[in-house]
Design a protein around this ligand. Structure first.
Ligand code: GLA
Length: 743
């Protein structure tokens, strides 16, 4: 049993393999949070001493007793306008205008399996080992119940959370805020790590101490955004990659989100996360209920890298429902940076032929194949073929690609519409617009109102028709603007605050239907690169294009930042041409491949422009990737070398769970005339075992008279480390493969 109720202490404890989480039904039925941290037994409630603090309100029922207030002790899920002046998790408004939430324990239930949420992605229970705790809190004055849901995944070390709010009154109830999570950490000195960025520069880690007051991370773009990824970490001031307490919080949500962290008057931290509440409201009639999105929580006592590994495993094994999550992915070649909009059938087939000769499995036709699309000004919504470019339609093209022995993939951007399109001319009201004002354009396009069932249905039917009619093996699903002009003719005035969330629900509905009906299709998410790189999308799509920036040196940072929360197997990463189209930087072909192997591997260039020598190298790269693909997809990921100062290189390692093989990748980012020896310690090996170490791509081996292979003990590689041959020139890279020698 990973969930334990102690009736005497009135505590509910959730245990994962290495963590414990505890709450207690406290005075007057308030649900207190007593502990979340390293696994520990017993009642923790005595560790928090109640204290009378000036200007903190006391519940009326306590009469003259002033020693207890809601304003300072850790709460499990905070209300509003009711004695706790810190961040609110739930705020509702009754018909009378009375607002807030004063939440008291009503009942709880422990049941086997994972819980599901209405219209929202939630983690599955693939092993049949998850348990669910449901704790219902109530505010009879407002007429509401809040059912706190906890999914406990003991082996995977993760707890999921969500909240279901029900209107139990006889009038209308309006939710003004309904967070997925409230987590109080009463003691400690915490840093907040979050992943900010912009287009072509996503998920740059930023770490800063919590200040008194409130810090927030969020997006109002109705997309999780390039700017502020919803994943955040709170860690001990001294926590590092391989040591220290840290908490990760990952919303399973792709729309407008908000995570706030408060350091209160006593120095305690509270983190509240969920749907962005500004501009949000949701009306519930009597008996109706509202589910918040899910959030994943993980605590590790042994540093940031272990935290990342737990999220990686959880996403692969419990969240992502695609069969591709755990199976071999095709090596693809995408024509976008090879041709942009400028192609015809001959050109595409010529590229596909070269792709086959290089060893790729899948050819992807990107933007420009539909309507009369020759640039980004028109045709979104017209998902029928551009006959000028592809006379005879998609069929002969797909046949041509398939005859080469390749799979076929197609780009779509189904949530959007161009003003210059047949769809828009037929349904101008399907685009989001504020009445009386011309809508804002972005990349010359408008966004469809996915809150409307007929619009979401149209998208589903249009794509389902494409997938039924043609032999399509892969879909790249793009989304190239932030949403503005949020108003829908389909909602009454008092419900316009529901629109942003309803659009996200509409998207999930379409994704759910399509992925369930076409499980054989590999879907890759994209949003101008990585503008919607989140756990909500990953529940349906096993991979997401990580960034429009394909420069490998830039990608080192973007992919490393992404690795804090997300597994390598979900990061679309391609080898592109040099000089790079985005930065103009020149890099070796092998370095581009080494970096792209830390992701869903592919190519995005015109192979016709490559020399024979480059083509041979690519064949070797693809063969190498195929060899390592299962390890890279399923193995444990390690960020290496961050403690080095100055870090003239980037390194990462993936080790099999059985510790019988491992691959370390290395890119020199700053060559020096007189460098200090490049020395690293490996991770994820068995200290008792012996390993064959093979240096790959180290051009300097021969010059330094260093053998490419050697045998070392796991202990030596873990504790003494290894000094690599010198690397020289512009951004060279190398890989080191370790194989355990059978006893
Ligand atoms: C976005 C994507 C690119 C490409 C273009 C096509 O920017 O991120 O990879 O598909 O759209 O217009």
């Amino acid at each position: 049993m990973s969930i334990v109720y102690d009736a005497a202490a009135r505590t509910l404890t959730l245990n994962t393999r290495d963590s414990s989480y505890q709450m207690q039904i406290g005075p007057l039925g308030y649900l207190l949070h007593t502990y979340y941290g390293r696994r520990a037994e017993g009642d923790m409630s005595g560790l928090h001493l109640p204290k009378d603090v000036g200007f903190s309100p006391n519940p009326h029922a306590l009469g003259a007793e002033r020693g207890w207030s809601l304003d300072t002790p850790p709460q499990e899920y905070s209300g509003a306008n009711a004695g706790d002046h810190r961040l609110h998790a739930l705020k509702a408004e009754a018909e009378s205008g009375a607002w807030g939430a004063d939440l008291h324990y009503l009942r709880h239930e422990i049941r086997p399996g994972a819980y599901t949420l209405e219209g929202l992605p939630a983690a599955l229970d693939p092993e049949g080992c998850a348990e669910t705790l449901s704790v219902t809190l109530a505010d009879p004055a407002l007429g509401l119940e809040a059912e706190l849901l906890y999914g406990v995944y003991e082996r995977l070390d993760v707890i999921t959370r969500a909240v279901r709010v029900t209107n139990t009154g006889s009038g209308t109830l309006r939710l003004r805020k309904a967070a997925s999570v409230c987590l109080d950490l009463p003691f400690g000195d915490w840093d907040l790590i979050h992943f900010h960025g912009r287009h072509a520069m996503e998920r740059q880690p930023e770490r800063a101490p919590l200040l008194h007051g409130v810090q927030s991370v969020g997006s109002e773009r109705v997309a999780s955004s390039h700017q502020h990824n919803p994943f955040v970490i709170l860690c001990d001031r001294h926590a590092a990659q391989y040591g220290g307490d840290c908490y990760g919080l990952m919303p399973v949500y792709s729309g407008s989100h908000l995570t706030q962290v408060e350091r209160d008057q006593m120095g305690a931290a509270r983190i509240v996360s969920g749907i962005r509440d500004e501009d949000f409201s949701w009306t519930l009639g009597p008996g109706e209920r509202f589910d918040t999105p899910q959030a994943l929580l993980c605590f590790r006592h042994d540093g940031l890298n272990a935290l990342s590994q737990r999220f990686h495993r959880f996403i692969r094994e419990a969240l992502c429902r695609s069969r591709f999550s755990r199976t071999r992915r095709p090596v693809l070649l995408n024509n976008w940076e090879a041709t942009y909009f400028n192609f015809d059938r001959e050109k595409i087939l010529a590229i596909a032929k070269e792709a086959k000769e290089l060893g790729a499995d899948l050819f992807v036709l990107d933007d420009g194949w539909f309507g009369k699309r020759n640039d980004d000004h028109s045709s979104l919504g017209d998902w029928f073929v551009n006959e000028q470019k592809l006379p005879g339609g998609l069929e002969p093209l797909i046949r041509g690609v398939k005859d080469l022995g390749l799979q076929f993939g197609l780009w779509v951007e189904p949530e959007m519409v161009s003003e210059d399109s047949e769809l828009y001319r037929a349904h101008p009201d399907w685009a989001l617009k504020v009445p009386g004002r011309e809508p804002f354009l972005s990349r010359s396009q408008l966004a469809l109102d996915l809150s409307r069932p007929e619009v979401a249905d149209w998208i589903y039917h249009t794509l389902a028709e494409l997938l039924r009619r043609y032999e399509i093996d892969y879909i790249k699903w793009d989304f190239n603007r932030s949403l503005t002009d949020l108003w829908s003719p389909a909602l009454p005035a008092e419900r316009q605050g529901e629109l942003a969330h309803r659009c996200t629900l509409g998207l999930y509905r379409v994704m759910e239907r399509l992925t369930a009906e076409f499980p054989q299709v590999l879907f890759e998410g994209c949003a101008g690169g990585g503008g919607r790189f989140d756990a909500g999308m990953l529940a349906f799509f096993p991979q997401i294009w990580c960034s429009d920036d394909t420069d490998p040196i830039e990608r080192l940072v973007i992919q490393r930042g992404s690795s804090y929360g997300y597994p390598l197997s979900c990061m679309g990463a391609h080898v592109s041409a040099s000089p790079n189209h985005q930065t103009g930087r020149r890099t070796p072909l092998d370095t581009r491949a080494v970096v792209a192997m830390a992701g869903g591997f592919g190519y995005e260039l015109d192979p016709g422009k490559l020399s024979e020598e480059e083509k041979d190298r690519i064949r070797a790269q693809i063969a190498r990737f195929r060899r390592y693909e299962p390890l890279l997809r399923e193995g444990d990921y390690y960020r290496i070398g961050e403690e080095e100062d100055p870090a003239d290189f980037a390194a990462w390692q993936v080790a099999s769970r059985e510790r019988d093989e491992s691959l370390l990748s290395l890119v020199l980012t700053h060559p020096r005339a007189n460098p200090a020896p490049l020395h690293l310690r490996f991770r994820g090996l068995d200290p008792e075992a012996r390993y064959t170490l093979r240096l790959e791509l180290f051009d300097a081996c021969a010059a330094e008279g260093m053998p490419r292979e050697g045998v070392y003990s796991g202990g030596a590689l873990l504790y003494a480390g290894f000094t690599f041959p010198r690397m020289f020139g512009d951004y060279p890279s190398a890989q080191v493969y370790l194989k355990k020698i059978a006893d």
